[in-house]
Write a protein that binds this ligand. Structure first.
Ligand code: HSE
Length: 416
């Protein structure tokens, strides 16, 4: 039996324990030995839990136990989780985590520490929940230069956007449902403001482009400004709204951005609904490859954590060096505005519609207008494809004329 400890007995941590206990016979038949959860660290009491005897509040009981070879960190955040991860790696234990915030913030340091101590630091569950994506990027696609990654990377926001689009649900009701299903972060601001997706695209980009893409350099916009009317117009345009995390190689660096966008129905990501995530990777040899599955939730995430444990069990020595993340090299991240796309703009409180329409036609050329007779002060328009016009240029021009758009969204089709 391989002894492990689980740090943090929340949604994911308890899923890991449950999955290991359930699958031990299969694990044993595949690897020749099973896994024993020897300790669980949590500051809370679980008096009625079947594993209550394994729970400790004392981290040293785990760190000083030489029989524990792997620790699973499902605490989350960058405080105590950071500290205990470093202590575990220094104590010669491999660490497996679902903590994207920690990986995105301190990944380079923790990978270096793991290499120094000849142990592993693995984080398949940090992106895409149960979807295999990190290992495929550095293993199965290792013969490719990755040109771009485009993904729906946050289950909570995808659940909310789907419920708003398909059931006409209010944002708050959809968020509450996502929270009660265990998808949302403890503070859902990280989900709805796009920070969670930002950390995930930073981690994927770091691996794909073999350098450290710092999430703090990535321009990020969440979904809080999207109104039910935007779905109405998006549907009229033949699409829907999704929160996209994207990155691609550009001259001199990496372009990366998180933003809501209208996806045309022919875009492969437009039909990815509910808590599902999908990641579209373009490699120079493979072409397009898409990875799809449940991006959040107890057992899907536990599935990825346990796979990392099994991977360490299969190898006798550290394999962090193979994860394809040159953590010494920091990427130059460019937030160049998206150009070459049609843009959707919703304006509110427009008193002088005729004057604005005339100005837009003069300034932007052909523009398609959409109006709702019940909302006389609302004006929606869609620009033509224009290589020189990105979201920030358009917003800047509208503001210079004294108009502030309520929202501007890029319209993405499958060519984007
Ligand atoms: N809050 C995250 C999400 C959990 O909704 O995708 C999985 O990382």
């Amino acid at each position: 039996m391989l002894n492990i400890a689980v740090l943090g007995y929340g949604v994911v941590g308890s899923g890991v324990v449950e999955l290991i206990q359930q699958k031990n016979p299969v694990i044993k038949s595949r690897l020749g030995r099973g896994i024993k959860v020897k300790k669980i660290l949590d500051i809370r009491d679980f008096p009625h839990d079947p594993n209550k005897d394994l729970i400790t509040k004392d981290a040293d009981e785990i760190l000083k136990d030489e029989s524990i070879k792997i620790v699973v960190e499902t605490i989350g955040g960058t405080g105590f989780a950071y500290d205990i991860t470093k202590r575990a790696l220094k104590a010669g234990k491999s660490v497996v985590t679902s903590n994207k915030e920690l990986v995105a913030t301190h990944g380079p340091e923790l990978l270096a520490l793991a290499a120094e101590n000849e142990v592993s630091y693995l984080f398949e569950a940090s992106v895409g929940g149960g979807i295999p994506i990190i290992r495929p990027l550095y293993n199965c696609l290792a013969a490719n230069d990755i040109n771009s990654i485009t993904g729906i990377l946050n289950g909570t926001t995808n659940y909310i956007l789907t419920a708003m689009n398909k059931q006409g649900k209010a944002f708050d009701d959809a968020l509450k449902e996502a929270q009660s299903n265990g998808y949302a972060e403890a503070d859902p601001t990280a989900d709805v403001e796009g920070h969670d997706a930002c950390r995930k695209i930073a981690i994927l980009s770091s691996i794909a482009y073999n350098q450290f893409v710092d999430y703090r350099d990535i321009e990020t916009e969440g979904i809080t400004r999207i109104a039910p009317d935007d779905f109405h117009y998006a549907n009229q345009l033949g699409g829907t709204i999704k929160l996209i995390g994207e990155s691609r190689k550009v001259d001199g660096g990496i372009y990366a951005r998180v933003h809501p966008a209208i996806l045309d129905a022919n875009h492969p990501l437009s039909h990815v609904d509910d808590v599902f995530n999908a990641i579209l990777v373009e490699g120079d040899a493979v072409g397009d490859a898409m990875f799809y599955g449940k991006g959040a939730g107890k057992l899907p995430t536990a599935s990825a954590v346990v796979a990392d444990i099994l991977d360490i069990m299969k190898k006798n020595r550290s394999h962090t060096a193979n994860s394809g993340w040159d953590y010494h090299r920091k990427a130059w991240v460019l937030n160049q505005p998206a150009t070459g796309s049609q843009l959707y703009v919703r304006m509110e409180g427009v008193q002088d519609k005729a004057a604005l329409k005339e100005l837009l036609a003069k300034e932007l050329g052909q523009v398609r207008f959409y109006e709702n007779l019940e909302k006389p002060e609302q004006l929606v328009f869609v620009t033509q494809v224009n290589e020189a016009l990105g979201i920030s240029q358009l917003t800047g021009r509208l503001e210079s004329f004294g108009y502030k758009p309520a929202i501007v969204l890029q319209i993405m089709d499958k060519q984007e």
